[in-house]
Ligand binder design. Structure first.
Ligand SMILES: *[C@@H]1O[C@H](CO)[C@@H](O)[C@H](O)[C@H]1NC(C)=O
Ligand SMILES: *[C@@H]1O[C@H](CO)[C@@H](O)[C@H](O)[C@H]1NC(C)=O
Ligand SMILES: *[C@@H]1O[C@H](CO)[C@@H](O)[C@H](O)[C@H]1NC(C)=O
Ligand SMILES: *[C@@H]1O[C@H](CO)[C@@H](O)[C@H](O)[C@H]1NC(C)=O
Ligand SMILES: *[C@@H]1O[C@H](CO)[C@@H](O)[C@H](O)[C@H]1NC(C)=O
Length: 168
């Protein structure tokens, strides 16, 4: 009996380490709008968003000079015409983090007329990859296949844990 415990404890420690490292690798990405250029007039944010892959639970964050600019979430009509159509939220802190909680299209504009100077960004958020991952595009940030293989690894680790539990 003592011998069984001697081999089980190190295995459980290994299991915990693998779980911790796996959780770290599938964490959410923070997409900083405009990168080092931030949220300012006269930047083409379509070029920026085309170069990102947004997954559910990722963050989009806006960095800008507070009191000069702001952020409104609107719908496509609002985005196309720089109006408040379909307004769904507003942020003013100068360093705003917005969690992308659902898949689909999101539209953000600056609310004080500077939308007409290019302060508008639209993004498409896609669901998280599911365990049997097919090879897919990943221009930046996340690596769906890496996430998928870690899930497979975790599934294996759980299977081993159940097996150990069964035999002790
Ligand atoms: C921004 O870039 C996109 C993609 O190249 C282009 O279609 C669009 O016309 C540009 N927008 C402006 C305002 O220049
Ligand atoms: C697109 O993203 C890559 C990697 O994140 C970066 O090196 C490149 O400069 C980006 N291109 C543009 C146009 O932002
Ligand atoms: C605003 O954009 C929509 C498309 O999203 C378009 O159909 C409409 O004509 C535009 N103009 C106004 C004033 O809503
Ligand atoms: C955006 O919201 C406005 C006002 O609620 C609505 O009239 C319009 O149809 C919406 N546009 C889209 C594309 O859903
Ligand atoms: C901005 O959001 C707050 C709630 O977060 C709301 O009370 C306020 O009316 C909004 N302002 C505008 C102009 O939509």
């Amino acid at each position: 009996m003592a011998k069984t415990i001697d081999t089980t404890l190190p295995l459980l420690c290994l299991l915990l380490i693998l779980l911790a490292s796996g959780a770290g690798l599938v964490s959410a990405t923070d997409h900083i709008v405009g990168g080092h250029l931030g949220w300012n007039p006269n930047i083409n944010y379509t070029l920026w968003s085309n170069n990102q892959t947004f997954f559910v639970n990722d963050l989009i964050s806006f960095r800008y000079q507070k009191n000069m600019y702001n952020v409104f979430e609107v719908n496509k009509t609002g985005y196309d015409n720089c109006t408040m159509d379909g307004v769904a939220g507003n942020w003013t802190s100068g360093k705003d983090f917005i969690t992308l909680t659902r898949p689909g299209d999101y539209y953000f504009i600056c609310g004080n007329g500077l939308c007409f100077s290019g302060m508008k960004v639209s993004i498409k958020v896609i669901p998280l990859p599911s365990p049997p991952v097919s090879p897919s595009h990943s221009p930046s940030g996340h690596s769906p296949s890496a996430a998928g293989s870690y899930r497979t690894l975790l599934a294996g680790v759980f299977a081993i844990a159940v097996w150990i539990g069964f035999w002790i």
